[in-house]
Write a protein of this length. Structure first.
Ligand code: SAH
Ligand code: SF4
Length: 341
């Protein structure tokens, strides 16, 4: 028997094509999309505004697959929650929910593992298994819909710009009013910064927020932490970043993981402030979250505050990220579903 087509992850143009093949009117694609993404339906029999014959045709050739929740953990420190999901082929990914003020943010994965192997990151240690499909990316949000997330960040496992087509397709669904209706300003893509992909993103007609994982104030230190920096050094990265900011008229975020005795000195702060001068940006400091078997440590509270206070008058906006879910390994860079031995 032919395997059924999974409709989750298909968008209006794909659904129109399918309807045409079934000899149906293409305008029904909007209704179908609204059932799958807005109402989160997984069963054709619920789609009562579609004719019975169409529902029967659809159930004979298609399905609406869902990822399977395996485990949910709640942090005792801040009540953030980590969710482990199993995909159709048995691979596993994680998503995280965090609460702050009136925001509920869902942190979503885009790959199983990550090929970039940053020295400080648990996902990087895991190695790369495969890209997520658009449906698997969207489904993390659909699965946690009852928590009513207000913001989506692509900061889970993987590098979204190395899974560009699937990530963009998923974001189209997340952004559209026929889909999950998250305004672009409520969606943030975090990336190490692949320059040609950032430019491609800048040329799209819709816009989302961009966060760049900078993590070091110069090429020498950044290459030690992030091997990708040897391929795309800071000058090419920052050129693409400026293009994005100008084209989209948006302020960017630079993420900077603070690591004890590596990038946490006053000189580092000064160099960092000079590096980003002239770029409309916010710097988000993330104190390092521990990862088993990695040699890095978080700086002391005094050192973290001193770094922030030194940076602050020299940069337009500096924020210090409160770590979430560190006790359940749900904090930045701690997501990992298996360690390669
Ligand atoms: N691959 C993308 C998105 C996932 S990583 C990226 O690198 O941007 C999300 C964020 O977690 C990045 O800013 C990364 O620098 C940070 N991160 C990774 N490991 C970390 C750790 N151990 N402690 C704190 N932040 C970490
Ligand atoms: Fe991949 Fe991001 Fe981790 Fe680097 S920090 S290994 S790019 S997930």
């Amino acid at each position: 028997m032919k395997e059924k087509i999974n409709l989750k992850g298909l968008w209006i143009d794909d659904l129109e094509k399918l309807l045409e093949e079934l000899g149906e009117r293409t305008y029904k694609a909007n209704q179908l999309a609204s059932w799958i993404y807005d109402k989160g339906s997984t069963n054709f029999s619920q789609m009562t505004d579609l004719s019975k014959s169409l529902r029967e045709k659809l159930s004979s050739i298609a399905c609406i697959d869902t990822i399977r929740l395996i485990k949910a953990q709640t942090s005792e420190l801040d009540f953030s929650k980590k969710f482990l999901f199993e995909l159709r082929d048995g691979e596993r990914i994680e998503a995280v929910l965090m609460w702050e003020d009136d925001r509920t943010t869902i942190c979503v994965s885009t790959q199983v593992g990550c090929p970039l192997g940053c020295a400080f990151c648990a996902t990087g240690k895991m190695g790369f298994k495969r890209n997520l499909t658009p449906g698997e990316i969207v489904d993390q949000i659909l699965a946690l819909k009852d928590h009513r997330p207000t913001h989506v960040v692509l900061m889970g496992m993987g590098e979204p710009l190395l899974n560009y087509e699937n990530t963009i397709k998923a974001l189209k669904i997340v952004n559209s009013e026929l889909g999950l209706s998250f305004a672009g300003k409520r969606i943030t893509l975090s990336t190490v910064g692949i320059p040609n992909m950032i430019k491609k993103l800048a040329d799209l007609t819709w816009r989302i927020r961009l966060a760049i994982s900078l993590n070091a104030p110069n090429d020498q230190k950044r290459s030690q932490l992030m091997p990708i920096n040897k391929k795309y050094p800071l000058n090419t990265l920052l050129e693409a970043v400026k293009y994005y900011a100008k084209k989209k008229k948006l302020r960017l975020t630079f993420e900077y993981v603070l690591i004890k005795d590596f990038n946490d000195s006053e000189e580092d702060a000064l160099e960092l402030s000079k590096l980003v001068r002239g770029i409309p940006c916010k710097i988000n400091l993330i104190p390092y979250n521990s990862v088993p078997d990695l040699p890095f440590e978080k700086p002391s509270e005094e050192k973290i505050t001193a770094f922030r206070d030194y940076l602050y008058p020299r940069c337009p906006t500096v924020t210090l990220r409160k770590s979430k879910g560190e006790d359940i390994q749900a904090a930045c860079g701690q997501l990992c579903t298996s360690i390669k031995s």
